[in-house]
Design a protein around this ligand. Sequence first.
Ligand code: NAD
Length: 476
Amino acid sequence: MSIFSNLVAGEWVSGDTSCLNVSPSDTGDVVGDYADATPAQVRDAAAAARIAGAQWAVAAPGVRADLLRRIADEIERRTDELGLLLSREEGKALRDARGEVARAADIFRFYAGEVVRMAGERFASLRVGVSVEVLHEPVGIVGLITPWNFPILIPAWKIAPALAYGNAVLFKPSELVPGSAWALADIIDKAGCPKGLFSLLMGDGAVGRAIVENVDAVSFTGSVATGTAVAQLAAARMIPAQCELGGKNPLVIAADADLGLAVECAVQGSFLQTGQRCTASSRLIVDASLADRFTEALAARMGQLIVDVGPSLETDIGPVVDERQLEKDLSYIALAEAEGARRVTGGEPLQRATPGHFLAPALFADTHNAMRVNREEIFGPIACIIPVEGYEEALDVANDTEFGLSASIVTNSLKLAQHFKANIRSGLAMVNLPTAGVEFHVPLSGMKASSYGPAEMGHHAMRFYTKVRTAYTFAA
Ligand code: NAD
């Protein structure tokens, strides 16, 4: 089997070791063998990025926008093929995988537009004849380190703004899903990206660390533990870090909620995409007056979900990403029962036509917020119902967590909705919507342990991908 190389300083180069990319839907299906970048390659990539980045920073905005548009067009043209690849390597249901690819194209197109919306500001001065301008300059070389659960979307929402705002990029995808990242790098290269401006450096955490040691800023998405290590290393080097981390997101079902809508929000947020979303709703905080009816209706709806191989249009929920994550999910299912939670449905490994990591989505009832299953991020298709007496208690429970990424309330009361939006301690606040599902033209950021540094996406991304320079001019 040939090995997929890294793109280093404008050349495709192999390494000393490589990593097999195996489908979680069928462990006999090897997607490919992907080279690990060496420390010397990371340094070579940084040296080339320094040179190419200096030219890119002063390139005509139209040139930058054109590159991003060409990348968007090619991703869009290959949506079905890339969707299948993504679904094979990550396990995501084919419909979701295609949707993710299409969204990646949208993001490159959005940031093509951002190139000319990169405005500065002009201020009055305290002095006569002086003007003051605030200018935005590229940061330089940015390191982009991504997780496995959105193999093309998260790379897109970091690479597109990085290039749009004039930076060079060292990109490391998760070692579990290098296939979509490799395809994206190939598209970027073939779209005419200047040699050395963008490097693909595949491999594990050691490659990630080497990147942080060689860049001017780092944008990381992943777990709190790794993000903490990345932020500490960045701080030791005095470079900016942007870290988007985990969640333990609450979905509040108020006493006046539309039951059907509440069930759909729970299904969408807790179980689709195998619950492997940082914004997944793992805590279902339900007013006690409708807890029994909600539990029954949700369990019935869960019974309709098709759990099967990712690459199928029939599948609602694909497999868990790998054996290690499946074991983690099963250990939390056992823990929930040991802690006294009542298993309503699901939670058992499933056999399908091919050997894969299939798990029936699990619902637990009669839980409380002090249980470990309600405090630690599991990252699987597992949700716990926490009954509460009224909205005030629901809000207290929702906020009683170290995380603060997304939160939602299902209610027909405008008063409760407004109060929730103002008082929930999370970066995303949803009303009558699932906790998962964000748009690319507005900021994404969490509070508390879920986030560190400036928000990602939308125009806000400029705050991380540029530095400001304040220019004073006297013209008498
Ligand atoms: P992870 O932290 O294990 O790995 C993330 C990336 O960091 C990978 O590319 C990995 O190789 C790399 N890495 C590992 N050690 C490193 C080190 N010491 N230095 C630099 N890089 C290192 O996370 P994961 O398992 O890939 O992803 C799941 C996590 O991501 C969950 O916690 C989830 O909540 C989070 N996530 C957050 C968001 C968000 O926007 N907040 C979005 C998606 C996923």
